[in-house]
Unconditional design. Structure first.
Ligand code: NAP
Ligand code: HSE
Length: 430
C-alpha cells in the first residue's frame, strides 16, 4: 500500500478486523504487505497504536524497497500526481493490479494508466475515487449499464457539503466548519481542492466518462467553488425555498450530441431529494433512459466509508472478478473519444441573478426588459426595502429555462445601467 493516512489506516484496520470474513467470502487470504510512506516513525507509531503486530517492519520510505517487496495488488492511497504516478505505472508494468482512491490522478492521467494496465494484463480499480463509500462507479459500470444516461447530478465533495450544512443549519463560520472538516479527515491535504470545486470536478470527469462513454479530462469541467459564495445569496435562496449545494452536473439535453459539464454552488429547491443531503453525505442522482431517476446516497468522505470502497475493490480484484470486468468491458475512458463539452455559455438551466439597484421608479421595468428582450422568462422577483441611509437595494430574479450565456448577457446589460452598482451574481437553480 502507498500511503498510511486517513484512508490507509482505515484500509489496514478493515483488513485486520475482517480478515476471516474476507477469506470466507473470497476464498483468499488478503494480507497487507509493505507500506510506503514519507514519515516512517509517524506511521509506525500509528500502526502500533492500532495494534498492528508488524508495525516495525511494515513501513518504508524507500520506493525501491517498496517496489521489490512481494505483492499481487498495490493499493494507492497517498494522493496527488507525482511521484505517485510513477509508482503506479511501475506496479502496472510489473503486472500488479492497482486499487486507487486518487481522483486527481485519474482525472489528469486516468486514460494513460488504464491503457498501461491493459497492456500488462493488469487492472485499475477506483471505486473510492468518487463519492467516498457510495458504490457509484460500480453502479454506473454494472447495475445501470443497460441505460443510456441523460443526466448525472452529484453532491460529490463531503468537505463542502459539511461546511455548507454547518454554516446554514448551525450558524458556524466558514473557517470553523472548514477546520472541523479537516479534523474529521474529510478534506484533501490541500483543502483548496475541496472548496474551489476542483475535487468535485475531478470526480465528475471520472463519472461522466463512465456514464457517457467519452473521455472527459479534469480540466474540461468548469468549476466554481463554495469559496466564492456570498452569505447574502444563501439568505435570499432560503427566502425563495432553496438550499445551496455544490452540484456537479453532467447532462445531455435532448437534441444535443455533446455533454454539458459544470461544478458550481447551485440552489436546490427544498422539496428535491438532493436538498436533503447534509453533512459529509454525498449523493449521485442518475437519470437513465430505462430505469428513470436513481439516487445513491452515503458517506462521501472519511476513514471508514473510503476504506469500505477501497477494500471492496481489493476483494473484487483478488477473486479475479474485477480484472475480468476491466478487461472485457469497454467502459473506461482510454477506450473512448475525447469529450467535446458544451460551451459554458450554452449550459441550460434555470438561473438566479442578484443585482444591486437604485430604489427608483422604472428600475424594475428596465431589469425585466433586459431579460425579456433576450427571450428569458422570469419566474420570481424579490426586492426588499432599502436599509436606512442606503439608496441601493439587492434585487433578485429567478428565470425559467435559459442558457447561461443569455442570462449572463442580460445581467451584464443591466450591470452597465447607471441605476445598478457592482457585479451581478448568477447561480443555477437545479
Ligand atoms: P492523508 O491523510 O494526507 O494521507 C496520505 C498518506 O500518503 C500519508 O501516509 C503520507 O505519508 C502518504 N504520502 C503522501 N505523499 C507521499 C509521498 N510522496 N511518498 C510517500 N508517501 C506519501 O490523505 P487521505 O485523506 O488518506 O487521502 C489519500 C487519498 O485518498 C487521496 O488521493 C485522497 O484524495 C483520497 N480520498 C480521500 C478521502 C478522505 O475522506 N480522506 C476520500 C476519498 C478519497 P506521510 O504521512 O508520511 O506524509
Ligand atoms: N476531500 C474529499 C471530500 C474526500 O471532501 O469529498 C473524498 O473524496
Amino acid at each position: 500500500m502507498i500511503g498510511y493516512g486517513t484512508v490507509g489506516r482505515g484500509v489496514a484496520g478493515l483488513l485486520h478486523k475482517h480478515a476471516d470474513l474476507y477469506t470466507a467470502r473470497t476464498g483468499h487470504r488478503v494480507e497487507l504487505g509493505r507500506v510506503l510512506v514519507r514519515n516512517v516513525v509517524k506511521a509506525r507509531a500509528a500502526a502500533a497504536e492500532a495494534g498492528d503486530a508488524q508495525a516495525r517492519e511494515r513501513f518504508t520510505d524507500d520506493p525501491a524497497v517498496f517496489a521489490a517487496a512481494p505483492a499481487d495488488v498495490v493499493v494507492e492511497v497517498a494522493g496527488g500526481l507525482d511521484p505517485v504516478d510513477g509508482w503506479v505505472r511501475e506496479a502496472l508494468r510489473a503486472g500488479r493490479h492497482v486499487v486507487t482512491a486518487n481522483k486527481a490522478l485519474l482525472a489528469a492521467r486516468g486514460p494513460e494508466l488504464f491503457a498501461l494496465a491493459r497492456e500488462h494484463g493488469a487492472s485499475v480499480a477506483f471505486e473510492a475515487s468518487c463519492g467516498g463509500g457510495i458504490p457509484c462507479v460500480t453502479a454506473l459500470t454494472a447495475g445501470l449499464m443497460a441505460n443510456r444516461v441523460t443526466g448525472l447530478y452529484g453532491i460529490l465533495n463531503g468537505t463542502c457539503n459539511y461546511i455548507l450544512t454547518e454554516m446554514t443549519q448551525r450558524g458556524k463560520s466558514y473557517a470553523q466548519a472548514l477546520l472541523e472538516a479537516k479534523e474529521k479527515g474529510y478534506a484533501e491535504a490541500d483543502e483548496t481542492l475541496d472548496v474551489s470545486g476542483a475535487d468535485a470536478g475531478q470526480k465528475l470527469a471520472v463519472l461522466a466518462s463512465l456514464a457517457f462513454g467519452v473521455n472527459v479530462g479534469g480540466d474540461q469541467v468548469p468549476c466554481r467553488g463554495i469559496d466564492t459564495l456570498e452569505l447574502m445569496d444563501v439568505a435570499f435562496g432560503a427566502e425563495l425555498g432553496f438550499d445551496v449545494k455544490l452540484i456537479a452536473a453532467a447532462e445531455r439535453w435532448p437534441g444535443h450530441e455533446h455533454v454539458g459539464l459544470s461544478v458550481a454552488p447551485c440552489f436546490v429547491p427544498r422539496d428535491q431529494p438532493l436538498a436533503q443531503i447534509h453533512g459529509s453525505l454525498n449523493a449521485l442522482a442518475v437519470d437513465g433512459d430505462a430505469v428513470g431517476p436513481v439516487l445513491l446516497v452515503g458517506a462521501g468522505a472519511g476513514q471508514g466509508p473510503t476504506a469500505s470502497a477501497v477494500v471492496g475493490d481489493l476483494l473484487n480484484v483478488v477473486t479475479g472478478s474485477y480484472p475480468a470486468h476491466f478487461s472485457r468491458m469497454r467502459l473506461t475512458p482510454d477506450l473512448h473519444p475525447p469529450a467535446q463539452p458544451v460551451a459554458e455559455a450554452d449550459l441550460e438551466g434555470r438561473w438566479y441573478v442578484r443585482l444591486s439597484a437604485q430604489d427608483q421608479p422604472g428600475v424594475m421595468a428596465k431589469i425585466t426588459d433586459a431579460f425579456g428582450s433576450r427571450g428569458i422568462s422570469l419566474s420570481a422577483l424579490l426586492q426588499h426595502a432599502p436599509r436606512a441611509g442606503e439608496s441601493a437595494v439587492p434585487v433578485v430574479v429567478t428565470t425559467h429555462r435559459a442558457t447561461r450565456g443569455d442570462v449572463q448577457a442580460a445581467a451584464d446589460t443591466i450591470a452597465a445601467m447607471n441605476v445598478v452598482t457592482g457585479s451581478p451574481v448568477v447561480m443555477r437553480v437545479l
